[in-house]
Design a binder for this molecule. Sequence first.
Ligand code: FMN
Length: 464
Amino acid sequence: MTEAGPSAPRKLQGYEFFEKVLGNPKYIVAPMVDQSELAWRRLSRKYGAQLVYTPMIHAKMFAEGARKPYRNEAFNIPEREEGGAGDRPLIVQFCANDPDWLLKAAKIVEPHCDAVDINLGCPQDIARRGRYGSFLQDEWDLIYKMINNLHNNLSIPVTAKFRVFPTVEKTVQYAQMLERAGAQILTCHGRTREQRGHHSGLADWQKIRAVKESVSVPVIANGNLLFYSDIDTCLAATGADAVMSAEGNLYNPAIFTSATDAALYTPEDSSAPANWAITSDTGLHLPHTTLALEYLEIVNTLETRTSPSAVKGHLFKLLRPAMARETDLREQLGRVRFQKGKEKEAYAKYEEIVKQMDERMRRDARAAEGRPVEELITIDPVSGVKVLPHWVAQPYTRPLLDVDGKKLNKLDVAQVANVIDPTDCETEACGAKRSVSERTPEPEVNPKRAKLAEDNVNPIPLSA
Ligand SMILES: Cc1cc2nc3c(=O)[nH]c(=O)nc-3n(C[C@H](O)[C@H](O)[C@H](O)COP(=O)(O)O)c2cc1C
């Protein structure tokens, strides 16, 4: 353990850390491989995110430094933007299965973030093979050592993100062990390790509540958020201190903006149709093309390189409500190719395509001008979820299967007030370097690559 000298600043813990360092955040963007990168973090913060996590970083690969490209791509320190003034508060997430490698990796990012998080939730086969994420759920001694080593030897706090167990009792014992080891914030994803892919089902908010009631550090609730309006329901049901969103944020980066804050974000452009942004009881829904263009502008102005697969993934998700109509533009987006060192040329092509989409969306919004908002919002017959006009950012929902493989009916769904996209496993690409097109095969994707995704094949060896 490092001796704290007389002048060493006191390390804040638990609620004191949560309030004084993190600013008591309520709206948190999840760690997302290849998707919670710097550019996306900036966009999300602009629209209300109060704390953001980096994508999961493989601790050993990062610490070894032998693979320099990996280190800089995972967290770029030389450009001084990641973890810099516009990128705080920030928590850097690692996956690991060795306390020493984890500490080495954490020491590198220690001056550039507010805490270090350990991923104990990844359910993918790649995590099973690499022995990390939710597959450490059975190795409590190892988890204890990893957390405790960071707790004792880092100048910033350690936090943990985990999935629930099938029973409340085991979940609570586990959370208490994480707290005893030294975790200063617990993020509880209310799904079990088995709830993945089409069997993702709904997150269990009652288990999150049980965790919250059994520990004394702040608890962040994760799972089942589609709309801004779900946030208070989740906080009330779980008693958690804050909510974390992954997919909801990807499809609508303004998920943390309430309808009453909408005026703050009214597009400056006076020629915009009157219904260009939609505010309803679900929250604020900005035109997805506006968000996509803002995102591309951030990507272009950063010195830090944004991975092409991250950009592509974001554009496909943001523009999704319009993709089925504008198939020619979808194909054009899919055909953009990146040449190393010439990424800006590809981003310019993306911008051109998004601008064309923008014109078409304005045309459609204009055609609907004068109709009341309620008339423009429909209900998806399968999921029971509200569907907003196709020119605004909104959640993407698919039919759900429960853990027994039965299709959830409308009533099940309505009772929970929202349906969650069961892609936790397809898109929870805890394999550090898979491209988005491999994870979420879009129609244009090469079948061989789609097969790789199904098989969870990762081009980078992850065994630590
Ligand atoms: C694209 C994508 C990438 C993800 N990557 C990570 C990750 O790096 N680390 C992690 O702990 N969870 C990861 N997850 C899981 C999310 O953090 C979150 O726990 C899960 O999606 C449930 O939240 P949601 O219901 O808001 O989507 C990822 C999820 C998505 C959709």
